[in-house]
Design a protein around this ligand. Structure first.
Ligand SMILES: Cc1cc2nc3c(=O)[nH]c(=O)nc-3n(C[C@H](O)[C@H](O)[C@H](O)COP(=O)(O)OP(=O)(O)OC[C@H]3O[C@@H](n4cnc5c(N)ncnc54)[C@H](O)[C@@H]3O)c2cc1C
Length: 392
């Protein structure tokens, strides 16, 4: 079977879903293919930062997509020597002072549903297998033998993007860590705060209160650590060694379904090529530590679709618009990328990590400014300036 469309999107996560919705709204013939027959739980902390909340507000989507999902007022940071600091997202005219604890399957599904309502063709359980460049764009081969011809191809297929590899844009990930995820019951009612617990060996566990008595637990580790133990033991050893976690989380048993993924990072040498672009994790992902993958997925989808819908009329304009998207993406994420790489270096050095935590704990304004940067309310430069003012 052979079909054609204006835009073919590979992947039905937040990046692909939002791109499909926005391009379908402009009247383009959009087809999205998603490998999973039904979207389920993912290896994800599911925290949406305040800038992500603002982006949904700006697009008029927050109410529809996050109904009955909990707000997060800030983050708790726990150092390797187990000092605890509770921060709050700062308020600011542009951004709300809260994030949202998403239920990923509901959020992702609602986005695809909306895209379909606006005319996008959503094809679940279909996997991209191969790509061929044509005079008019691209021809995609699906695992079931079908081909789809498209003028614009969008790769939104996550960290292990097949599109990025087939377009020869993928490079070796900048670091190779294993990510684990499990939802666990909490003995105590959950508080509206995300949590980041850094351990002396440079591993960390993030917690997100996804229900009144349910915590989303995400853990990151070097692969070598997990060669000596199971994922369940890895998590238990850390939760049960911490006085902040032991009273709230029971040791996991064999019944727990711990999901794992490797590598947790993705790198690309470019995010566009002729008549094709990458968005979301497919366009590069550093590490979950700063919790902005979903924001980045939504941001890249919005940036690309803004450019494309303005330039659809002719091929020269279309490819120039893809370049503009690539430039915007690089500029927007440069500062945060640098910070994320610096944090990775810090958490691998427990003494430095403790010292940074002590500094953040000196005054309320310092910790809150830091978390404002993590939540993308402040740029790294603004956050540093605010921290210096709070110190003075
Ligand atoms: C441990 C961990 C914790 C995290 N915690 C957070 C957090 O708290 N907050 C946050 O903002 N981000 C977090 N992230 C990152 C976040 O999960 C991602 O950035 C986000 O899901 C990216 O969305 P996406 O749409 O780009 O890709 P995805 O959500 O990965 O969606 C890609 C889709 O493409 C489909 N696909 C793949 N290959 C094919 C193919 N060949 N054909 C068709 N379909 C295909 C997949 O089935 C999938 O549905 C975390 C990541 C990890 C690993």
């Amino acid at each position: 079977m052979h079909t054609t469309c204006d835009v073919l999107i590979i992947g039905g996560g937040p990046a692909g879903g939002l791109a499909a919705l926005r391009l379908a709204k402009t009247g383009l013939a959009v087809t999205l293919i998603e490998a999973q027959p039904v979207l389920g739980e993912r290896v994800c902390g599911a925290y949406l930062c305040p800038a992500g909340v603002a982006l949904l507000d700006e697009l008029g989507l927050r109410t529809e997509l996050t109904v009955n999902m909990r707000s997060l007022l800030g983050m708790v940071l726990v150092s390797p020597k187990r000092n605890r600091l509770q921060t709050r997202f700062p308020s600011n005219a542009r951004y709300p002072d809260f994030g949202i604890s998403l239920r990923r399957p509901d959020f992702d599904h609602a986005l695809l549903h909306l895209a379909a309502q606006h005319g996008a063709t959503i094809r679940m359980g279909q996997r991209l297998q191969g790509l061929q460049q044509t005079r008019a764009g691209w021809s995609a081969q699906l695992a079931n033998g079908e081909t789809i011809s498209t003028r614009l191809l969008i790769g939104a297929d996550g960290r292990k993007s097949r599109v990025a590899r087939l377009l020869n844009l993928a490079t070796e990930p900048w670091q190779e860590r294993v990510a684990l995820h499990v939802d666990v019951p909490s003995f105590q009612p959950t508080e509206p705060f995300g949590e980041m617990h850094v351990f002396p060996d440079g591993t960390y566990i993030g917690l997100n209160p996804v229900g009144p008595h349910t915590l989303n637990v995400s853990a990151l580790s070097d692969p070598a650590e997990l060669q000596q133990t199971t994922a369940m033991e890895f998590i238990n050893r850390r939760t049960q060694a911490s006085e902040h976690l032991r009273p709230r989380i029971a040791p996991l048993t064999n019944a727990a379904s711990v999901r794992a993924t490797f590598p947790a990072a993705a790198s690309v040498r470019d995010v566009v090529t002729t008549n094709a672009a990458l968005i979301g994790d497919a366009s590069g992902f550093l590490d979950p530590l700063t919790g902005e993958g979903i924001y980045q997925a939504l941001w890249t989808a919005r940036a690309l679709t803004n450019e494309v819908s303005r330039a659809w009329a002719n091929d020269t304009a279309l490819n120039a618009s893809l370049r503009r998207y690539a430039t915007q993406r690089r500029r927007e994420h440069r500062g945060k990328r640098w910070c994320c790489q610096a944090f990775q270096a810090i958490i691998r050095r427990p003494r430095l990590s403790n010292a940074v935590h002590d500094l953040l704990s000196l005054r309320e304004g310092i910790g809150n400014s830091f978390i404002g940067m993590i939540g993308n309310i402040y740029t790294p430069g603004q956050a540093c300036w605010n921290m210096m003012k709070a110190l003075a």
